[in-house]
Design a binder for this molecule. Structure first.
Ligand code: NAP
Length: 206
């Protein structure tokens, strides 16, 4: 990790459940990297997203993220949350990455506006501000001036990106109903979902 990021001074971190990762995730990562002069964007799949009750196996979500992240040389994927035991807390991830990369690397956590509204509910919310800057990307149809963040969370900068109207929920439903997802995810991710039979039934995707 340290060697891979030796020349990095501004590192974006895109944490997610990535169930599955889709074109929206890769598009916002690329646009934020360009807009905010980030040297790299590190995708960090959550092992146990503690605010969710159902999700696919972490190794499947990690592999899909690796396959999709091949689209841009600025992207990398971390196992840091998979290799840590217990529920996934972003503050612990950011502090651990800070230790690994050293003080010369500045961190920017990228998240959607919906996630940003919930920042005060995150574990050790008070410590989030000292672990990274927070960049909230807009969603299709969202007016940035409408974003009302609860007080007490870290400062959040809104970054306007091109709208990509896709969600992981929509993709899981499409697969279950036998509809094509080719326009929603990278081809290698679609192949992986098909080969592994992910999201094919109504059964909980645990
Ligand atoms: P996700 O569904 O996989 O999405 C990842 C991020 O991409 C989210 O911030 C989401 O924003 C954004 N996004 C997805 N599709 C988008 C689109 N089409 N346009 C713009 N933005 C889009 O991941 P998640 O389950 O929300 O989790 C996000 C991160 O927050 C994870 O790293 C998780 O561990 C972390 N988290 C931490 C805590 C804690 O530490 N206590 C609690 C909750 C979450 P939206 O939110 O707007 O969908």
């Amino acid at each position: 990790m340290e060697r891979a990021f030796q020349t990095v001074s501004r590192l974006g971190v895109l944490g997610g459940t990535f169930d599955p990762p889709h074109n929206g995730h890769f598009s916002i990562a690329a646009e934020v990297a360009s807009a905010k002069n980030l040297d790299r964007v590190l995708f960090v799949p959550a092992a146990q997203p503690w605010q969710k009750s159902q999700y696919s196996p972490a190794e499947d979500r990690f592999t899909m993220t690796v396959l999709g992240a091949r689209c841009d040389p600025r992207f990398a994927v971390s196992r840091i949350e998979l290799d840590r035991k217990g529920p996934t807390y972003t503050v612990e991830t950011l502090l651990a990455l800070g230790e690994l990369c050293g003080p010369k690397v500045e961190f920017f956590f990228i998240l959607g506006v919906d996630a940003a509204k919930g920042l005060t509910t995150w574990y050790r919310a008070d410590d989030l501000a000292r672990s990274a800057g927070f960049l909230a990307v807009t969603r299709p149809g969202f007016d940035a001036s409408d974003l009302k963040l609860p007080t007490g969370g870290p400062p959040v900068e809104v970054v306007e990106v091109s709208p990509v109207d896709v969600s992981s929920t929509q993709i899981r439903a499409a697969v279950r109903e036998g509809r094509s997802i080719d326009h929603l995810v990278p081809a290698e991710v679609a192949d992986y979902i098909s080969t592994r039979g992910l999201y094919a039934t109504d059964a909980p995707h645990l």
